[in-house]
Ligand binder design. Structure first.
Ligand code: GLY
Length: 376
């Protein structure tokens, strides 16, 4: 486990590193370029829900994570404590407790986490009955030799680790939204399976258009990434996945390289939006590799979106302009503390969360394509 550093130690570490660099320049001539700074300004970024939900408390996800990181707590534990606020908030229907359920009305959750300095990871997929899948993913990382546990096995692991298992993670809101979707998608149980699947997707999109569910909650997710002053960098992604999914469907969120990727020497990247599109290109891995080659986080994210656009050729996934008809966003943070949030499309509501020493804010996502994903 990474050593905890106090605020004072952070300052000392930075000062010592600066002094050493100056000394080596004087005594030994030109030192090689230092690509990895020894001290960076701490920052936490996340999808927009990381700076809107408080679950009745006083802090948002990014605020809590930033406070804990600057108090010297482990970066990953700080980020997970942040996303727990959103997972536990019954009013957030994208994540954890009260996340929108699958087609059978059952809430199935996915999460993964990566520890940059320790080079370890853990994930769960399709887990039922635990409000905070990110904590189970962390337990997989800490207590097993594996990276991913799924379904009943993930739940039984959680039970054995002391997590409370609940019969139903629906809230009244998520249950009502599921009932409404069921009514629209399958009114008489007479559609054939193919038509029913299409009707289900269309009914979901129509509910987005009518404002019954937020667009980002259709594939609702939170990704949160952070860096401490000593350069420790970690990330976590947690989700209830695609609303009304086929039971057992798992998207990008718990898959390393897709919903999240962290290389402790380079940076972190994570995703929200249409998981299937991200999985095809393992975009978080691509983004970290782009940053390894020197790309700025924003350019790395745009490259991933470019690849997704190129890989989207099926007619059903294209709008009238021949462009992707879905949303997908990436959040990137590099080892220097530089960060960005990009989206396939963005309007004035498309924001991501940032917390620095100046406080927390919602910042516009940079769009890759103009206009909207849909035609109307
Ligand atoms: N990005 C979340 C999902 O597709 O499940």
């Amino acid at each position: 486990m990474t050593k905890k550093l106090s605020r004072r130690e952070f300052v000392r570490t930075g000062a010592a590193a600066a002094g050493l660099a100056a000394a080596s320049n004087t005594a030994f001539g030109a030192a090689p370029t230092v690509l990895t700074p020894q001290s960076v300004k701490p920052v936490v970024i996340s999808s927009g829900n990381g700076n809107t939900r408080k679950n009745g408390g006083t802090e948002t996800c990014v605020e809590r994570a930033f406070r804990m990181i600057t108090d010297g707590e482990d970066v990953l534990e700080s980020l997970i404590a942040g996303v727990n606020i959103v997972e536990l908030d019954p009013e957030d229907s994208s994540v954890g407790y009260g996340g929108l359920p699958n087609a059978d009305g059952v809430v199935q959750l996915d999460s993964c986490c990566m520890h940059g300095p320790d080079k370890r990871a853990g994930a769960v997929a399709g887990i039922e009955g635990v409000r905070t899948p990110s904590l189970v993913a962390h337990a997989v990382m800490q207590s097993t030799d594996h990276h991913l546990l799924v379904g009943d096995g993930a739940q039984s692991f959680a039970r054995n680790m002391g997590f409370e298992i609940e019969a139903d993670l629906n809230t009244e809101l998520s249950r009502q939204r599921w009932l409404e979707w069921k009514r629209r998608a399958d009114p008489e149980h007479y559609l054939d399976p193919r038509e029913r699947a299409e009707a289900g997707y269309k009914a979901g999109l129509q509910m987005v258009r009518e404002g019954l569910i937020e667009e980002e909650h259709f594939y609702g997710t939170i990704n949160c990434d952070g860096i401490a002053p000593n350069g420790d960098i970690c990330g976590v992604t947690t989700t209830s996945g695609l609303a009304w999914k086929i039971p057992g469907r798992v998207g990008d969120s718990p898959i390393l390289g897709a919903g999240l990727y962290v290389d402790g020497d380079i940076g972190a990247a994570g995703s929200t939006g249409r998981g299937e599109a991200n999985l095809y290109g393992l975009c978080s891995f691509v983004i970290v590799e782009e940053m390894r080659r020197g790309a700025h986080p924003k350019d790395a994210g745009m490259e991933a979106l470019r690849r997704v656009k190129e890989n989207t050729v099926e007619q059903r996934l294209l709008n009238d302009r021949g462009l992707p008809n879905f949303g997908l966003s990436f959040y990137m943070l590099n080892k220097k503390g530089e960060y960005a949030g990009v989206a396939m499309y963005a309007d004035e509501q498309s924001k991501y969360a940032v917390c620095t020493e100046n406080g927390s804010a919602l910042v516009p996502l940079e769009p890759f394509l103009d206009g909207r994903s849909t035609d109307d």
